[in-house]
Design a protein around this ligand. Structure first.
Ligand code: NAD
Ligand code: WQD
Length: 341
């Protein structure tokens, strides 16, 4: 019998790519998404890629009654929990909305897991938990720094909740994946990142600038203590990231976890500056990207990238796609998406 995986937030950017990889790996998928930051057409497009349209439930996971009703209806073997609000700046403006959505959803899922004897959970954490690290690259044991925004705090709090729950629920297997900067899109260009309004993140801003939707890219800060003065990040192809979730499920199902709560960095291990990204984008697309170096963005970390040894060696996962492939896929997605509008 096929394992049934509940993918919360499965219509979102990372969730949709993960659903594709799960289906390609032989899992049955049920998506729960309230489309607060996505569109139902994504689910149809997943069906076009894999030939299987996943089962979909649309409700708010923070709604305890709706959540309970769902678990009474569907048999679930494992959960991958993406559903959350994710914008740093917005979380500073609307902290309660962020705490309610991200924490209630997770608590409702954990409650249902207990009631329905579901023992496996993969959680979407973030490199944001490392804040401004003292030593680079960061390993999983690098100290977590006090969160600088409510969004980041929800990730830290949830990691702690999961650790506590696993401490008493010995049969649980929980893996938190700390994603670095996911970018790019599926090679079909049928799914990708769909930011609402003006993009806050670098890559959608770049592709929209190249598409003529934005006049120029503002490069936030040219005076950092880095080789070219711009910030360093660990950008990872969303398809590689999606595959890490399949590996995490395998690890939980093969009964070979050393502890029942584990954390993994999911990045490439390679830092790139904002100017590296611009130059690589220009190279792969043949477009000239207008940009201006402006003052630093408040709250930006100067540099952060992952040591991925733990995921490589213990989970058997490694990022395979390079920066050019990430940016080419992001550009294909932008062009196809704009044509479809
Ligand atoms: P996304 O906004 O594209 O996807 C999240 C999905 O969850 C959306 O489809 C949204 O409609 C849904 N959702 C949100 N709250 C819900 C609720 N209460 N009930 C039901 N559905 C709900 O975000 P993403 O980029 O795919 O991120 C997925 C996860 O990964 C999030 O937890 C995010 O915090 C985490 N993460 C993202 C990044 C990144 O840069 N994208 C980096 C690190 C971690
Ligand atoms: C990348 C670099 C900017 C936009 C965010 C969250 C983090 C995690 C990943 C969820 C930075 C620069 C950006 C622009 C620019 N998400 N930039 N001009 O800030 O590294 O991480 O997403 O967990 O928590 O904070 O990503 O894409 O916004 O920025 O120069 O218009 O690009 O300064 O150096 P960030 P980003």
């Amino acid at each position: 019998m096929k394992q049934v995986v509940l993918v919360t937030g499965g219509a979102g950017y990372i969730g949709s790519h993960t659903v594709v990889e799960l289906q390609n790996s032989g899992y049955d998928v049920v998506i729960v998404d309230n489309f607060s930051n996505s569109q139902s057409s994504v689910v149809e497009n997943i069906g076009k890629i894999t030939g299987i349209t996943p089962k979909l439930y649309s409700f708010d996971l923070a709604d305890e009654k709706a959540c309970t009703a769902f678990f009474h209806k569907e048999h679930i073997d494992a959960i991958i929990h993406f559903a959350a609000y994710k914008y740093v700046g917005e979380s500073v403006e609307q902290p309660l909305r962020y705490y309610k959505n991200n924490l209630y959803s997770t608590l409702n899922l954990l409650t249902a897991m207990k009631e329905h004897h579901i023992k496996q959970l993969v959680f979407s954490s973030s490199c944001t938990v490392y804040g401004t690290p003292d030593v680079l690259p960061v390993v999983e044991t690098t100290p977590v720094k006090p969160a600088t925004c409510p969004y980041g705090n929800t990730k830290q709090i949830i990691e702690e909740i999961l650790r506590d729950v696993c401490h008493t629920e010995h049969e649980y297997k929980v893996i938190a994946l700390r994603y670095f900067n996911p970018i790019g899109a599926h090679p079909s260009a049928l799914i990708g990142e769909l930011p609402n309004g003006v993009p806050q993140n670098l890559i959608p801003y770049i592709t929209q600038t190249a598409a003529g939707i934005r006049e120029y890219l503002q490069v936030f800060g040219g005076d950092y203590n880095t080789p070219d003065g711009t910030c360093l990040r660990d950008y990872i192809h969303v398809v590689d990231l999606a595959k890490a979730h399949v590996k995490a499920l395998h690890r939980m199902q093969n009964q070979n976890m050393e502890q029942n709560y584990e954390v993994f960095n999911i990045g490439t291990g390679k830092p790139s500056s904002v100017l590296d990204i611009i130059h690589a984008f220009e190279k792969v697309t043949g477009k000239v990207l207008p940009y201006k170096i402006v003052s630093r963005r408040v709250g930006d970390v100067e540099k952060v990238w992952a040591d991925t040894t733990k995921a490589n060696q213990i989970m058997g996962w490694k990022a395979l796609l390079n920066l050019e492939e990430m940016l080419a896929s992001a550009w294909n997605w932008e062009m196809k998406h704009n044509q479809a509008k």
